[in-house]
Write a protein that binds this ligand. Structure first.
Ligand code: FEO
Length: 172
């Protein structure tokens, strides 16, 4: 059975993952509103990723005979000054999530909870991917600056992003 301290922290992470999902859905609405459907698609795939993360924590708590408890999700921002600003916020957010995951790993070690430490390793690797995929788009946005043609091309490229089924991603 999972310890109470670990259970509480993992429940907190479910909330953080749902907040991420909510924020990216809000960004999808923003991108739709400025006629960038490819960017909106990229964000909607991100929403699916975040829900998958949340469910992974949810399932793990239950598997360890704990109690998954859902809390209110804070409202995300609804507007950004530019696509660049939205992606800068996305990167900052993912870096924050990485720090949260690392804190969970340290807690698992303190609690001598080997199962949770092993479970969390998947998220450690996942955050490397998460930051990398955001950084790729951010780098392109910085190159584009104010070129509408280049923005149009990037939007087309981002419209191709699809959700990779979790099994194919090697979920543990
Ligand atoms: Fe659930 Fe984007 O990290």
């Amino acid at each position: 059975m999972i310890g109470k301290k670990m259970e509480k922290a993992l429940n907190g992470q479910i909330n953080a993952e749902y907040y991420s999902s909510y924020m990216y859905l809000s960004m999808a609405a923003y991108f739709q509103s400025i006629d960038l459907p490819g960017f909106a698609n990229w964000m909607r795939i991100q929403v699916q990723e975040e829900e998958f993360h949340a469910h992974k924590f949810f399932d793990y708590i239950i598997e360890r005979d704990g109690r998954a408890a859902l809390k209110a999700i804070d409202a995300p921002p609804t507007n950004w000054k530019s696509p660049l600003e939205a992606f800068e916020e996305t990167l900052a957010h993912e870096q924050k999530v990485t720090a949260l995951i690392n804190d969970l790993v340290y807690l698992a070690r303190d609690e001598r909870d080997n199962a949770s430490e092993i479970f969390l390793q998947w998220f450690v690797s996942e955050q490397v991917e998460e930051e990398d995929s955001v950084n790729t788009v951010l780098g392109q946005l910085r190159l584009i600056k104010d070129s509408p043609e280049a923005m149009f091309m990037l939007d087309k490229e981002l419209s191709l992003r699809t959700f990779t089924p979790p099994t194919a991603k090697g979920s543990a």
